[in-house]
Design a protein around this ligand. Structure first.
Ligand code: TPP
Length: 609
């Protein structure tokens, strides 16, 4: 369960979604100074001691409970790296800065802590942008430290100078340029607070070289408390009551969860709600694991590659209870045909998400966990007698949809990618952390691995960036050394950050990579196959490395399966080995992901085969 502790006190309001960006100098600070109950012993430690900006950075990181930094050095951060060995903080050197951010992202998702990265200025900083954008879209709390040229050179086209604050403005929750050592402590404190509070997200802190070398007196700042920023955790009671009344009246309810369920640690409350009101549950890709994937009320994912039953239930329901989900286009399809007969309740911590894409009858701004607790309590005062009897016809209808079009595939002499995912599920007993790349591999992982626990499915949902899975597996394995971590990959995506095998080998992280090798950029080829009369342009990936030899070249283990019979022994062997392993599954080349809602169509208009 995630707990972005320390949790700020509930009951304040804040206009989230509006990014705030600060250039701090001697005079400016939006921190109000008070002795709150934040981390450490505010205002007491080290008073009177002069420290460099770099040391101050680590003092605050330690106080924030940071144990690991994913990073890549360079001239602008050399003072920071020089100081690092004096502190008990582990550093994982990735082979690309993008990978450092993805690893920190997955570390955050699987540990519940804020992920931290450190990179140099210029190209180091620009290489992080994809990772930052991915974390931003998925609301993952990260603090990304970038080096910057000395403050006197800013704006001079200095060597390796880029305006990373400007570049990341649209894809961070907040960002800072720190020009003086005296600003380091409070800025870092604030960055962590912003990253983890309210709707979480990435915060960039750009550190000028002179701010790291300069010495100032260090006073550990108090817990951050920012004027004008006060996330609202407690829902409006009247709205929760309205929701409870609608739920009690509804004949055909559907619950639809998103990543917010997982971020707020609300899975148990979601299950209680579903069982209390006997309502079927579906989630977005980001919400997988938020509700048990083996539960009777589980409809599987909805949307473009959602199940027939999930999409039909949304289309026919009379009440849709959206929890911590954004209603993005991959989920809704054609908006005017999305839940056309339903009243909509939408619970979200971010008020700007509500009413953004769909009209909502009962908007509730609040933390998903707190809101569901209150809703569950309020439902005890509603008439729910015989609710399961009353909803019987609805559940029978859903069962009929499931029987009409179950998730299925036809075996043939070649390996089917779905079969590989099913075998991974079976042999890991559903207990692995699954990361994915992007494309068909990601969708098959979502459809055929059943997640009973939150924080077990780690994927780039909102941005959908290829190259995510292997670094994410590294971050997850670092956070959870005792768990099996499998990256379900495509042969295209894995080549985007394959160099991270070196990071896995160096750090003895026994991640397993299962490449569903179809020799294509499969998802794009699927669109070309279905909608462009099989005109395959720029999607043939058959000119590829020998993945087995490549694994060996990095010091990892490589294995290949070319027939269905070889699949199980390869997975078994890989799971037994305490080493990073690449499994190259040579699969049916032109397999497609079904169901599929063509872009712009209504979600009930699915292609089923
Ligand atoms: C960085 C990036 N570039 C391009 C895309 C567009 N894209 C989405 S899926 C896909 C194909 C992925 O191919 P592969 O990794 O082989 O996986 P498959 O679909 O075959 O499972 C592409 C190119 C993307 N999502 N991310």
């Amino acid at each position: 369960m995630h707990d972005w502790s320390p949790r700020p006190p509930p009951g304040r309001s804040f206009a989230e979604g509006t990014a705030r960006h600060t250039v701090l100098n001697e005079k400016e600070s939006s921190l109000s100074r008070h002795n709150g109950n934040g981390p450490g012993s505010p205002g007491k430690k080290r008073k009177g001691t002069k420290l460099t900006g770099a040391k101050i950075l680590f003092e605050v990181l330690k106080d924030e409970g940071v144990e690991i930094i994913f990073g890549y050095p360079g001239g602008a951060v050399i003072d920071i790296y020089d100081t690092m060995p004096q502190y008990d903080i582990r550093h994982v050197l990735t082979r690309h800065e993008q990978a450092a951010v993805h690893a920190a992202d997955a570390y955050s998702r699987t540990s519940g802590k804020v992920g931290v990265c450190l990179v140099t200025s210029g190209p180091g900083a620009t290489n992080t942008v994809t990772g930052i954008a991915s974390a931003y879209m998925d609301s993952i709390p990260l603090v990304v430290f970038t080096g910057q040229v000395p403050s006197s050179l800013i704006g001079n086209d200095a060597f390796q100078e880029v305006d990373i604050v400007g570049i990341t403005r649209p894809c961070t929750k907040h960002n800072y340029l720190v020009k003086e050592a005296s600003r380091v402590a409070e800025t870092v404190r604030e960055a962590f607070y912003l990253a983890r509070s309210g709707r979480p997200g990435p915060v960039v802190v750009d550190l000028c070289k002179d701010a790291m070398a300069g010495e100032v007196e260090f006073v550990l700042p108090p817990a951050a408390c920012m004027k004008g920023y006060s996330p609202k955790y407690e829902p409006h009671k009247g709205q929760v009551k309205k929701a409870a009344q609608l739920i009690a009246k509804s004949k055909r309810p559907v619950i639809f969860g998103g990543g917010g369920v997982i971020l707020s640690g609300a899975s148990a409350e979601l299950r209680t709600l579903a069982e209390k009101i006997t309502a079927p549950v579906t989630t977005t890709l980001m919400g997988l694991g938020g509700f048990p994937g083996t539960h009777d009320l589980w409809l599987v994912m909805l949307g473009m590659h959602g199940t027939f039953r999930a999409n039909m239930a949304i289309t026919e329901c009379d009440l849709l209870i959206g929890i911590g989900a954004r209603f993005d286009d991959r989920v809704t399809g054609r908006i005017d045909s999305f839940a056309p007969h339903a009243k909509i309740i939408h619970i979200d911590i971010d008020p700007t998400s509500i009413q953004k894409n769909v009209p909502v009858n009962v908007p509730i701004v609040g933390d998903c966990k707190i809101t569901l607790q209150q809703l569950n309590a309020m439902l005890d005062h509603e008439d729910l007698a015989n609710v399961s009897e009353k909803r019987r016809p609805w559940l029978d209808q859903i069962r009929a949809w499931k029987e009409t079009a179950p998730l299925a595939y036809t075996q043939c002499k070649n390996i089917k990618p779905q079969f590989v995912v099913e075998k991974i599920y079976e042999l890991t007993r559903g207990e692995a952390i699954i990361t994915t790349e992007v494309g068909q591999n990601q969708m098959w992982a979502a459809q055929y691995y059943h997640f009973d626990r939150p924080n077990s499915f780690v994927t780039s949902g909102g941005l959908g960036c290829m190259g995510f899975g292997l670094p994410a597996a590294i971050g997850a394995q670092t956070a959870c050394p005792g768990r099996t971590v499998v990256d379900i990959a495509g042969d295209g995506s894995i080549q985007m950050n394959i160099q991270e095998l070196a990071t896995a080998v160096e750090n003895k992280l026994p991640v397993k990579v299962a490449i569903l090798n179809n020799g294509y950029l499969g998802m794009v080829r699927q669109w070309q196959q279905l909608f462009k009369d099989r005109r395959y342009v720029a999607t043939d990936m058959s000119h590829a490395p020998d993945f087995v030899k490549l694994a060996e070249a990095y010091g990892a283990v490589g294995m290949r399966a070319t027939t269905p019979e070889e699949v199980e022994p390869v997975i078994r062997k890989a799971l037994e080995l305490d080493a990073p392993v690449i499994m190259d599954f040579v699969v049916e080349r032109e397999e497609c992901v079904y169901p599929m809602v063509p872009a712009g169509a209504a979600i009930k208009d699915m292609l089923l085969v």
